[in-house]
Design a protein around this ligand. Structure first.
Ligand code: 5AD
Ligand code: FES
Length: 350
């Protein structure tokens, strides 16, 4: 049997493992192995990105959602959350503010809000494209039709984030009500790739029912799909969801997975997420040191921030965009990295 260190070296050489090897590596809970993975991951990230950390300005455009995912605080079944939807003018104003702070990527994220017709979205996207021609426009609006994805791409969107949530159909069904389908999620990711978007998939670490076998499938999906970005962060319970009493994901497992994903796909864009920063005050710094190279501070108007609470105790809900930008700048500097303001396209797309 190869040692886990050998498996990390093998992953670093071949950028793939078979499912038994993945199982072995993912089951491992040895701090020495995690440290080794972190060291290899950080070396790989440094080789490709130097000490640069990309920032993406996140604009949470609506917390209306027609879905009822068991883990999510803005599920339609949560009647205790006050719903909001930004106007086009508000979205453009957020982008304006972000642009002035140096952001060159905007991420429009929202629940699956029926008010976001293709016409409405394309109008916002083309206005952003016109006002900020040097910026990348990223969308994170869930599952839509091919026609819709295509129209938004044609209007000027470049990237799309759609976490697959889990690559294990059985697990997917534990996280979502019956009306949602694993196959449809996968189909959406394939369509997005096919259209030409830079695509991000991803999953929560430690979500209820997640097993080593489901994580193996996540790694295999990443290997097969070759996404430009992978977003992972710990599952954090939200008090008004069916998963309120479930256990939170751990910092340790999140960091280990970040490192393994970096080694699997050295040039991938890998954010140190807000959820990681929520469960550990130094979570994002630790994420960067484990191989992450992207931060996604919030540009949403502070008046609505609290309402976009996917999980409890989300950080930065009271801070102005400029405060977060400065805060992040100081945090990355303190660990020897620097924030950069360019678009930061995936190396494979340049
Ligand atoms: N804890 C952590 N992450 C969550 N997300 C949704 N709910 C939670 C939660 N309770 C993640 C999902 C979704 C992304 C926008 O936020 O993975 O795709
Ligand atoms: Fe928002 Fe630190 S990143 S206050």
């Amino acid at each position: 049997m190869e040692s886990n260190m050998d498996l990390i070296n093998k992953l670093n050489r071949q950028h793939q493992l078979n499912s038994d090897e993945w199982g072995e590596l993912l089951r491992c809970n040895d701090e020495k192995v995690a440290k080794y993975a972190e060291q290899v991951a950080r070396e790989q990230a440094k080789k490709i990105f130097g000490n640069k950390i990309y920032v993406r300005g996140l604009i949470e455009i609506s917390n209306y959602c027609k879905n009822n995912c068991f883990y999510c605080g803005i599920r339609r079944g949560n009647t205790s959350v006050e719903r909001y939807r930004l106007t086009k003018e508000q979205i453009l104003a957020c982008a304006e503010e972000g642009y002035a702070l140096g952001f060159r990527t905007f991420v429009l994220q929202g629940g699956e809000d029926a008010a976001f017709t293709d016409v409405w979205m394309c109008d916002v996207i083309s206005q952003l494209r016109e006002n900020f021609p040097d910026c990348a426009i990223t969308l994170s609006l869930g599952e839509r039709t091919r026609e819709s994805y295509q129209a938004m791409y044609d209007a000027g969107a470049n990237r799309y984030l759609l976490r697959h949530e889990t690559a294990d159909k059985y697990h997917y069904e534990k996280l979502h009500p019956e009306e949602m389908s694993f196959e449809h999620r996968m189909e959406c990711l394939r369509i997005l790739k096919d259209i030409g978007y830079q695509v991000g998939c991803g999953f929560m670490v430690g979500s209820p029912g997640q097993t080593i076998a489901s994580l193996v499938k996540d790694m295999e999906l990443i290997t097969k799909l070759q996404p430009e970005m992978v977003g992972i962060g710990p599952f954090v319970p939200h008090h008004a969801t069916p998963f309120a009493k479930e256990e939170q994901g751990t910092v340790r497992q999140t960091l280990y997975l970040l490192s393994l994903i970096r080694i699997l796909k050295p040039d991938v864009l890998l954010p140190a997420t807000t959820s990681l920063g929520t469960i550990d005050p130094r979570g994002r710094e630790k994420g960067i040191l484990a191989g992450a190279n992207v931060l996604m501070p919030n540009l949403s108007p502070t008046a609505v921030r609290k309402q976009y609470e996917l999980y409890d105790n989300k950080i930065c809900t009271g801070d102005e965009a400029a405060e977060c930008r400065n805060c992040l700048e100081n945090r990355v500097k303190a660990i020897g990295y620097e924030l950069v303001v360019d678009r930061g396209d995936a190396p494979s797309f340049q």
